[in-house]
Design a protein around this ligand. Structure first.
Ligand SMILES: [Zn+2]
Length: 244
């Protein structure tokens, strides 16, 4: 449960964990696991699932009824005002971003791993909300479980774009052995929060889960598990329809 959504019981969201099985469609059992998990989610009220094909970029789809029916939208995030749509994304170490604007009843879901954080999907996510008339200061966002800044080490090449970014360089720490940098630690959740704040989301409207996929055995971690096809979890969000 994220405190930012406490006052808004209409927001229904969650994430699968290891005991639900891998949700990667590249796995022979992935589809069955998804159907089982989404059947349970359907019991609490969602009707139509939108699962974009992820590409680890920064594109965010605005989900209209037509797009909702399509099964071929390539995007790493989605925003909509259709109450009955259930937005889903998969991931292991990359954090899902759950978002809701209670003033406009617009909601969204994105995932931001290293590549999407480097290309600032957070700002594209907020831009998609603006297309529905949302103001950044009204949007509540929870940054879901992901690999934490103490566990996510990368080499020089992967660290470089973050070290050169004036906003993000504060969240890159060197690992020193005998005074020499051997690799770098990236704190992606705090980078995402910085990107959201830069575009106008209020700090008090952002929660960071703090749950590290690498450290928690109940969650899949691409970095820790090292299996092919990688095991992934499924995050979802939808709005419960108002009582008629
Ligand atoms: Zn960790």
């Amino acid at each position: 449960m994220f405190p930012v959504f406490e006052k808004f019981p209409e927001v229904r969201y969650g994430m699968s964990c290891c005991r639900d099985g891998t949700m990667n469609l590249g796995d022979p059992n992935g589809e069955e696991h998804r159907l089982n998990f989404l059947r349970d989610v359907a019991e609490i009220g969602c009707r139509s699932v939108f699962a974009p094909i992820l590409e680890h970029g920064n594109s965010v789809a605005c989900v209209t009824p037509d797009i909702l029916r399509s099964k071929t939208t390539v995007a790493d995030g989605a925003v909509t005002d259709i109450d009955y749509a259930c937005l889903v994304v998969t991931g292991a170490d990359c954090s899902a971003l759950f978002a809701y604007d209670p003033k406009r009843r617009v909601y969204g879901l994105a995932h931001s791993g290293r590549k999407s954080t480097e290309s600032n999907i957070a700002s594209q996510f907020i831009s998609a909300f603006r297309r529905y008339g949302s103001r950044p200061q009204d949007i509540r966002i929870a940054i879901g479980p992901g690999i934490c800044g103490k566990c996510y080490s990368v080499g020089e090449e992967a660290a470089e774009p973050f070290r050169n970014d004036s906003l993000l360089k504060n969240y890159v720490l060197p690992s020193l052995v005998a005074g020499k940098t051997t690799h770098w630690f990236l704190d992606l959740p705090r980078m995402i929060r910085a990107q959201l704040e830069e575009i106008g989301v209020l700090r008090e409207h952002i929660d960071i889960s703090g749950q590290c996929t690498y450290e928690m055995s109940v969650l899949f971690s691409h970095r820790r598990d090292k299996v092919d096809p990688p095991k992934r979890m499924l995050a979802y969000i939808f709005l419960e329809s108002p009582v008629k």
